[in-house]
Design a protein around this ligand. Structure first.
Ligand SMILES: [Mg+2]
Length: 120
C-alpha cells in the first residue's frame, strides 16, 4: 500500500504544489488548510507522515506538532517554514525534520524518502 502524507499549509497554492510534486514521487497526499483541520484528519485517516507549515492563522504548526506528538508519538512530522529562526525554537525540537521553504522541493523529497523509507 502507498504511504500517505498529510500536507498542512494555509496557502492553497502551496498545498496544490506539494500535492502534485509528492504524488509524482509515488506518495498518496491528503491536504489540510489549518491546524484544526489537520488534527481532524489524523483522527479519521491513516497517515504515515505530516508535512506541517509553522505559520498559519489560528492554531500554528508548533502547537499542532505538540498535540500530534502527544497523541501519535511515532508519527513523523516535517516542519516547513520560510523562517529559519524557528529551528532554534524549543517547540520545534520534537519534529523529525525541519525544512526551509523553497520552490525547489529536492531537499523535501529526499527527507521524506529517508523517513518513510525507514518505515517500509
Ligand atoms: Mg503559512
Amino acid at each position: 500500500m502507498k504511504k500517505r502524507i498529510l500536507v498542512v499549509d494555509d496557502e492553497e497554492g502551496l498545498r496544490l504544489l506539494y500535492k502534485e510534486e509528492l504524488e509524482d514521487e509515488g506518495w498518496d497526499v491528503d491536504l489540510a488548510a489549518s491546524g484544526e483541520e489537520s488534527l481532524e484528519r489524523l483522527e479519521k485517516d491513516s497517515i504515515d507522515l505530516v508535512l506541517l507549515d509553522i505559520k498559519m492563522p489560528g492554531m500554528d504548526g508548533v502547537e499542532v506538532l505538540r498535540r500530534v506528538k502527544e497523541k501519535w508519538k511515532d508519527l513523523p512530522v516535517i516542519l516547513c517554514t520560510a523562517y529559519p529562526h524557528y529551528k532554534h525554537d524549543f517547540g520545534t525540537w520534537a519534529s523529525d525534520a525541519y525544512i526551509t521553504k523553497s520552490s525547489d522541493l529536492t531537499e523535501l523529497k529526499q527527507t521524506i524518502k529517508e523517513i518513510l523509507g525507514k518505515k517500509r
